[in-house]
Design a protein. Structure first.
Length: 318
């Protein structure tokens, strides 16, 4: 077959399949060629440039930004939420809506969901989840202690119990403060049967939703009484800390900062977090850019949900 006739046949098959909507079996019958030949010619159509595939991103989606972050940091999935303003309220709302959609779309029967406390983006996620009836998760586990002032305790426990209700799961609370006075008091606290029962469940988490904290703690966390002193935060920064997940601080390369402060936290460790099959980090905003980059470099999360302004900063971050 001459080159011209070969290209004509390839073009005809491509036209019938892509423009006329015929199935490969129908093309086979019409042209009197085998279905295997139809499949081969369709592949040739792409190789020859006769068929060109393009993805036209709808307004409000950012596939190029997502791809750039995936490539730069080697993360499996990135979701960049549409956001009109670069301020905390707009950013947290956009991320929360995107996180709610992801949970609704990917939740499976029997999932064990871990959730960190004190996250504004996760609170926004809860506010945007529709009750899920098609599947039933097993339980929702609180990954970071929440006891503090009464209103703060309510904030932490409600996040866990509300999420459990929305996804037909059993809530498993962590009845402890997230920061103790010393490693010894933390050790005693974790030996309490109720606390131990929850900590022992950490290894069963199939998906964890975690906020990513900057070196300056959020107002929710400050108000709760569950944070470190300014001197302690300065010490951590001096040792290279850029952010935290579940109040476990890490460096710009995502390496945990071991030591006395690390051992005073009642919650999932970064080592335990790395063993969770899917960790979804939700964070955005100017002050969190370095913390997010550190979490990405350290492979502390598998999925990042952020806003478009933070995504742009991450692509340029060194």
């Amino acid at each position: 077959m001459s080159r011209t006739n070969e290209l004509r046949m390839i073009t005809r098959v491509a036209q019938m399949y892509h423009l006329e909507g015929l199935k490969q079996s129908d093309i086979s019958d019409v042209l009197r060629i085998s279905q295997a030949s139809v499949s081969r010619l369709l592949k040739r159509a792409e190789a020859e440039g006769i068929v060109r595939v393009s993805v036209v991103a709808p307004s409000g989606t950012y596939p190029d930004l997502e791809s750039a972050i995936r490539t730069k940091f080697g993360i499996s999935e990135v979701i960049v939420a549409d956001c009109r303003e670069d301020n905390d309220d707009a950013v947290f709302s956009a991320i929360g809506i995107a996180a709610a959609h992801l949970l609704e779309q990917t939740l499976e029967d029997g999932d064990v969901i871990g959730v960190s406390s004190w996250s504004a983006t996760l609170q926004q996620m809860l506010d945007n989840i529709h009750p899920i009836k098609r599947v039933r998760a097993e339980r929702v586990i609180q990954l970071l202690g929440g006891i503090g002032v009464p209103s703060a305790q309510i904030h932490a426990t409600q996040l866990t119990t509300r999420l459990a209700h929305l996804i037909n799961a059993v809530p498993q609370l962590l009845p402890a403060p997230c920061v103790t006075g010393s490693p010894r008091s933390k050790k005693i606290l974790v030996s309490d049967p109720q606390v131990k029962a929850t900590v022992d469940q950490f290894k069963r988490v199939t998906t964890a939703f975690v906020g990513i904290g900057a070196m300056s703690p959020s107002q929710n966390l400050i108000y709760s009484g569950n944070t470190f002193t300014q001197a302690e935060l300065e010490e951590l920064a001096g040792r290279g800390a850029v952010g935290d997940i579940c109040l476990r601080f890490y460096t710009a390369d995502g390496e945990p900062l071991a030591g006395e402060i690390y051992e005073r936290v009642v919650g999932m460790t970064l080592e335990e977090l790395r063993s969770v099959p899917r960790v979804i980090g939700t964070a955005g905003g100017q002050r969190k850019t370095a913390a997010i980059a550190g979490a990405l470099r350290g492979k502390l999360i598998d999925v990042l949900i952020t806003d478009r302004f933070t995504a742009e900063r991450l692509t340029e971050f060194t």
